[in-house]
Design a protein around this ligand. Structure first.
Ligand SMILES: N[C@@H](CCC(=O)N[C@@H](CS)C(=O)NCC(=O)O)C(=O)O
Length: 211
């Protein structure tokens, strides 16, 4: 919606204390949901595709074959996000290292997709413009980059195409500004509450600066 410059209202939901109105409208009790007049849509991809069909400019490629490729890579997002989360949603340094090894294999597949399958020079997945597949990956990269600022795994340095793509996404305010105003505070708070290893590296100064 930010990329399409459409007027909208956003309500951020505390997922640790889901309000009743939210539980009534969200079939799985998950975010995001989109209310269009009286109609409720859920599931990120369904919402994104609906918006793309109804609000210009088109963010999916016009070419059906390319669009199918993009959708296939968007379907890979749960594997990708699981791999990245598997690095910093860990309780010990050893588990973090194990997560890192698994994530490398997943990132290698994405690296190949960008290096060989993408068929353009970037900097976004489909070339010069942000598209839906970019928007699908960006939130997970954004969170990983923050966590990796503390873990300093250097993982992305091993995958130059993914790294360049990530840098492009993270320098686009349309992408990075889509989070709640207290996002950092919540993000650090979540890591600390769940006693993840990375939380031990987040100094009080960084946590306070986020508040
Ligand atoms: N496949 C869904 C996944 C949605 C999802 O897992 N949302 C998480 C936050 S990213 C959530 O709401 N979790 C709360 C819960 O499961 O209680 C989508 O893409 O919309």
């Amino acid at each position: 919606m930010r990329a399409k410059d459409v007027e909208f209202e956003v309500t951020f939901v505390n997922l640790r204390d889901k309000p009743d109105w939210f539980l009534k409208v969200s079939p799985h009790g998950k975010v995001p949901v989109l209310k269009v007049d009286e109609e409720i849509l859920f599931e990120s991809n369904a919402i994104a595709e609906f918006l793309d069909e109804t609000v210009p400019p088109r963010l999916h490629p016009e070419d059906p074959l390319l669009r199918a490729h993009n959708r296939a890579w968007t379907d890979f997002v749960p594997t990708f996000s699981g791999a990245l989360n598997g690095i910093y949603y860990t309780k010990t340094h050893e588990d973090m290292e194990a997560g890192l090894a698994k994530a490398s294999k997943v990132l290698e597949r994405l690296e190949q997709a960008i290096a060989q399958g993408r068929g353009n020079d970037g900097p976004y997945f489909n070339g010069p413009k942000l598209s839906l597949v970019d928007a699908a990956y960006a939130p997970f990269l954004q969170r990983f980059v923050i966590a990796d600022g503390f873990l300093k795994t250097g993982l992305l340095d091993e995958f130059p195409y993914v790294k360049a793509w990530c840098d492009t996404l993270m320098s686009n305010e349309i992408v990075t500004g889509a989070v709640a105003p207290n996002f950092l505070e919540e993000f650090y708070g979540n890591l600390k509450r769940r006693e993840f290893y990375v939380a031990t590296l987040i100094g009080d100064q960084a946590a306070q600066a986020a508040e």
